[in-house]
Design a protein around this ligand. Structure first.
Ligand code: ZN
Length: 85
């Protein structure tokens, strides 16, 4: 008799949470680390909550657009979150 071990290896709770994705995205984008790096995650979090992050953090938003590193982090975070939704 064969015991079926067909237990699919899904994460408990079945999902990638934002924190996990953030670590992943930041690891991918982790080249010269910008001091604003953590702020980018805060910014994206605010957007995810439906807040007008661009109005709340105008200077940060400006920096994100000007800083290659932060823009990359921002794009990656947005991309990964869009996949989840
Ligand atoms: Zn930056």
């Amino acid at each position: 008799m064969k015991r079926c071990l067909a237990r699919r290896k899904l994460d408990a709770g079945g999902g990638w949470d934002a924190a996990h994705l953030r670590r992943l995205a930041l690891a991918v984008a982790a080249e010269p680390v910008c001091p604003y790096d953590d702020e980018v995650a805060v910014f994206v979090d605010a957007e995810q909550r439906g807040e007008n992050a661009r109005a709340l953090y105008p200077r940060l938003w400006q920096h994100i657009q000007e800083c290659t590193h932060c823009w990359q982090s921002y794009s990656l975070l947005k991309e990964s979150l869009e996949i989840v939704e």
